[in-house]
Ligand binder design. Structure first.
Ligand code: BG6
Length: 494
C-alpha cells in the first residue's frame, strides 16, 4: 500500500476540474462549497476552477447557470455581487465529451504550463465513464505527480464492478492520488465523534461489550427520489446509503483507537471493522434485513406519490427505498452487541442519529415504573442540527424517589464562535491539502462490497414480496419487529 503524502497543512494554489459540472452534485454542493471556501480565503491566489461537461456552452452561459444555483443554495448574506464577481473570475468552462480524445487535447491546452500546480480532478459523472476519462487524461499528459482524482459514489454496483473501476483508475493513478469520497465523513459531528472517542478518557472504558447493550444508526430522509428516479432505481437504499454512509459511521463508532491520525493508521482500523462484520447470507437475510418501498402518503403536510409512481421508475421494480438491518461485529470488543441500521426516503423526519444504549444497572434499588430504570443513552445527532447528549437518570424533585432521564448536552454551538464547515467544503480542501484520512482506501471499499453483495443476492433469491410503508411514516412494521425481536425499540418508538 502506498504511503500517504505528507500534509502540507495550508492549501496551495490549485486547478480544480469538475467533471459533470452541469450535474446536480456540482451545482448543488461542489460549486457552492468552493464559493464558501473562496470567501474563507482558502482558495489561494492563482487557483482556477474548470467546469467540464458535455453540454456545449460558453463560459458566460456556465457562469449564468452556477450564479443561479449559488443564489439558491447559499444563504442570502453569503451571496453579494462583489463576492460573486471575485469568485466568477476563477471559473472557466470547457466542453468535453468523455468519449472524445480530441476534447481532452482542448483541456490540455487550457491547462498548459500548469503542471506544477496541484491538480484536482473531481469525477462526478456516471461511474461508467471513470475509466475512459482517466485514460484520456493520461493520454494527453494531464496526469502529473501533483494530480489527485476524486471519485464520487456510487463506486460500482457490486464488488466486481467496483474492483474493475479501482483497477482501471489504479492503472493511471497511484493509491495516494485517489480520493474516494464519502461526504458523511466530512460532517462536523462525525469529526466530533472521533474527538469524543479519542480525545477523552471518559468513554473508552465504556466503549465495548458488557457496557454497551446495542447501537442504532438512523439516516432518515423526508425527500423522495427528487427526479432521480431512473438513477435511483438502478441503485436502491442498500447501495446508495448503507454500503457507503452507514458502514462508514459503523467504522468510526466501532474501530479500535488508531495509533495516530495518519491516513493509513485510521484506515487500517476502519478496514478491520469492515472485515469483522458477520456475513449476512441466505437464511439470515430474511431475519436480519428488511427492505421496503414507500407508498403514497404525506410529507410535511403535502400529499406525495408512491415510489412506483415517480418519474423514471419502472412499474414492476423491486428496488428498495428503505432498509433496516442488524449488523454484528465479530471482535472481542463487540461480540454480542447488535448494531441496528436503518435508512429510507420519505420517512417521517429528516434525521441522522446514532444512539448508543448502555447496559441496564445490574440491580435496581429504586421502586417505581420501569421507565425509572431506562438505560443511559448517548445520542449523537448529525442532522438536522448537530448535538451530542447523554441521557442519564436523575431524581425528580419531590418527596418520593422517582427517577427520570435528564439530558447532559454538549453546547457545541455556544462553545465555539466558529461556524461548522459543510462536509464538501472540508473534504474538497482536504484533497487540495493532500489529506487522505477521511477518504476510503481501495481495500475498505472492497470489504464494504464483500459484506453488501450477499444481502442483495439473498434478496434476489428470496421471492418474498418487497414490503411497503406509507410516506411520512418511520418505515414498515417489519422494521420495528426486526429490533423488537431482540427486546429493543428504535429511539422514536421507545
Ligand atoms: C447521497 C445519496 O450520497 O446522500 C442521496 O446518493 C442522499 O440519495 C444523500 O439523499 C443524503 O445526504 P445528506 O448529507 O443530505 O444526508
Amino acid at each position: 500500500m502506498d504511503k500517504a503524502q505528507p500534509l502540507t497543512g495550508q492549501p496551495a494554489s490549485f486547478d480544480m476540474l469538475l467533471f459533470g459540472a452541469t450535474g446536480d452534485l456540482a451545482l448543488r454542493k461542489l460549486v457552492p462549497a468552493l464559493y464558501r471556501r473562496h470567501l474563507a480565503g482558502q482558495v489561494v491566489a492563482g487557483s482556477r476552477i474548470l467546469g467540464v461537461a458535455r453540454t456545449s456552452q460558453t463560459r458566460e452561459a456556465y457562469l449564468a447557470q452556477i450564479e443561479e444555483t449559488c443564489r439558491k443554495y447559499l444563504r442570502a448574506e453569503e451571496f453579494t455581487a462583489e463576492r460573486w464577481t471575485s469568485f466568477a473570475a476563477l471559473i472557466d468552462y470547457v466542453t468535453v465529451d468523455a468519449t472524445q480524445i480530441q476534447d481532452f487535447h482542448k483541456l490540455a491546452a487550457v491547462l498548459s504550463g500548469r503542471d506544477d500546480v496541484v491538480r484536482v480532478i473531481f469525477l462526478s459523472t456516471a461511474p461508467s465513464l471513470f475509466t475512459q476519462i482517466c485514460n484520456h487524461l493520461a493520454a494527453v499528459g494531464l496526469v502529473t505527480p501533483k494530480t489527485r482524482v476524486v471519485l464520487e459514489k456510487p463506486l460500482g454496483q457490486d464488488r466486481a464492478s467496483a474492483e474493475a473501476i479501482n483497477q482501471s483508475v489504479g492503472a493511471i493513478f497511484r493509491e495516494h492520488q485517489i480520493y474516494r469520497i464519502d461526504h458523511y465523513l466530512g460532517k462536523e459531528t462525525v469529526q466530533n465523534l472521533i474527538a469524543l472517542r479519542f480525545g477523552n478518557t471518559l468513554f473508552e472504558p465504556l466503549w465495548r461489550r458488557g457496557r454497551i447493550r446495542h447501537v442504532q444508526i438512523t439516516v432518515a430522509e423526508q425527500l423522495g427520489v427528487e427526479g432521480r428516479g431512473q438513477f435511483y432505481d438502478q441503485t436502491g437504499a442498500l447501495r446508495d446509503m448503507v454500503q457507503s454512509h452507514l458502514l462508514q459511521l459503523v467504522c468510526i463508532l466501532a474501530m479500535e483507537p488508531p495509533a495516530s491520525s495518519d491516513p493509513n493508521a485510521v484506515r487500517d482500523e476502519k478496514l478491520k471493522v469492515l472485515r469483522a462484520l458477520r456475513p449476512i447470507t441466505d437464511r439470515d437475510v430474511q431475519t436480519k434485513t428488511v427492505r421496503a418501498q414507500y407508498r403514497a402518503g404525506a410529507s410535511n403536510g403535502q400529499a406525495v406519490p408512491g415510489y412506483l409512481d415517480e418519474a423514471g421508475v419502472p412499474a414492476d421494480t423491486t428496488t428498495e427505498t428503505f432498509v433496516a438491518l442488524k449488523a454484528e461485529i465479530d471482535t472481542w470488543r463487540w461480540a454480542g452487541v447488535p448494531f441496528y441500521l436503518r435508512t429510507g426516503k420519505r420517512l417521517a423526519e429528516r434525521l441522522t442519529e446514532i444512539v448508543v444504549t448502555l447496559e441496564d444497572v445490574p440491580h435496581s434499588i429504586f421502586e417505581g415504573p420501569s421507565s425509572d430504570r431506562s438505560p443511559n443513552r448517548l445520542v449523537i445527532r448529525l442532522q438536522p442540527q448537530e448535538s451530542i447528549t447523554l441521557s442519564i437518570l436523575a431524581k425528580q424533585p419531590g418527596e418520593t424517589m422517582r427517577l427520570k432521564p435528564v439530558n447532559l448536552a454538549l453546547d457545541l454551538a455556544g462553545s465555539f464562535k466558529e461556524k461548522p464547515v459543510d462536509a464538501y467544503e472540508r473534504l474538497l480542501m482536504d484533497v487540495v491539502k493532500g489529506n487522505l484520512t477521511l477518504f476510503m482506501r481501495r481495500d475498505e471499499l472492497d470489504a464494504a462490497w464483500r459484506w453488501i453483495d450477499p444481502i442483495r443476492e439473498g434478496w434476489a433469491r428470496n421471492d418474498e414480496k418487497i414490503k411497503s410503508y406509507v410516506s411520512g411514516s418511520w418505515g414498515p412494521a417489519a422494521s420495528s419487529a426486526l429490533i423488537s425481536r431482540d427486546g429493543f425499540a428504535w429511539q422514536d418508538e421507545s
